[in-house]
Design a protein around this ligand. Structure first.
Ligand code: ADP
Ligand code: MG
Length: 291
């Protein structure tokens, strides 16, 4: 690698806020044939908002939200924060005891003498809770791209809380540009399959790896590498860090967590997905000048 080519490449990147941490990152960018993108906070803005609360017979939305918000106030998950915001002051004065965070699943706690379970289908399966008549609502909401959070009170399904997280404005364009570069795009997410597939279809992404537990993202990247692919991972979260480290090129969203930014080989300061194809193009240009 000639120092001049590397300087030019880094300079081009820096102008767009694409910060390559070293020469190896530039060379790595040139060879990428597969880009794995985290969904929440990378392809989407990562600011979920509650859009619907559907309750089972015998429960009021107010009552369920009051208990659920008390649990979610103890959680650091972005979905939890959105639910607490939506519930506003409903749960004021209520405290959650015996709080248990279940990574990739949800949370469980005792509130006002009730055992409250909040999370996804996997958590309901684990707790042997039947969704009953709420299943059809859950399916309708996830098929339309919403994230569905399920709530149970004392072992009975009480509500489906639907959340929507807006796509970043340039996510679809970024996918199209990556395809033009001959790069395959894969979505990787902990969210459920129906939600992920709907959003992937809207963005033109054809490969979806969904319902991945936080600790398993790196293993999914490694599987793609075992297929002989040169993989870039784009992510923002704490749970993306091992995958960013294991990928051939780790790309962090600038608005992401410190751990992701520290672990990545390059950082997109503008948090713009379109800067992913830009980075690959700069890498390719740099490599051409090296020979
Ligand atoms: P991601 O944020 O990429 O979807 P996570 O592993 O953080 O991945 O979460 C996976 C899923 O677990 C979420 O989509 C949600 O269904 C569920 N979940 C995790 N924590 C919570 C929580 N505190 N409240 C509700 N659902 C949760
Ligand atoms: Mg994320």
């Amino acid at each position: 690698a000639t120092p001049t080519a590397i300087m030019v490449g880094s300079g081009l990147g820096a102008k767009r806020g694409v910060l390559f941490k070293n020469a190896l990152a530039l060379e790595g960018a040139a060879r990428i044939d597969t880009v794995v993108m985290d969904k929440t906070g990378t392809l989407t803005k990562g600011e979920p908002e509650v859009t619907d609360v559907v309750t089972a017979d015998g429960y009021s939305a107010d009552e369920v939200l009051r208990l659920v918000a008390a649990v979610e106030r103890e959680s650091e998950h972005p979905l939890a924060a959105a639910i607490v915001r939506h519930a506003e002051t409903r749960s004021a004065g209520l405290t959650a005891g015996r709080f248990e965070n279940v990574p990739g699943h949800g949370a469980i706690a005792e509130v006002g003498g009730h055992r409250v379970v909040v999370g996804n289908r996997r958590l309901f399966d684990r707790e042997h809770i039947d969704l009953g008549s709420l299943a059809a609502h859950r399916d309708r909401l996830t098929d339309s791209g919403h994230t569905a959070v399920l709530a149970a009170i004392d072992g009975t399904a009480a509500a489906v809380i639907a959340l929507a997280d807006a796509l970043r404005d340039t996510s679809a364009a970024a996918v199209a540009e990556l395809h033009d570069l001959g790069v395959e795009v894969v979505m990787l997410t902990g969210d459920n399959r129906a939600t992920a597939e709907r959003i992937a279809a809207d963005l033109g992404i054809d490969t979806v790896i969904a319902e991945v537990l936080p600790g398993d993202k790196a293993a999914k990247v490694a599987e793609l590498q075992h297929d002989g692919r040169k993989v870039a991972m784009v992510g923002d979260g704490v749970n993306d860090a091992p995958a960013l480290a294991g990928a051939d090129l780790g790309i962090a969203i600038g608005a992401g967590t410190d751990v992701a930014i520290e672990t990545a080989d390059l950082v997109l300061m503008r948090s713009d997905p379109l800067d992913v194809p830009t980075a690959l193009r700069i890498g390719r240009g740099t490599l051409r000048k090296m020979h």
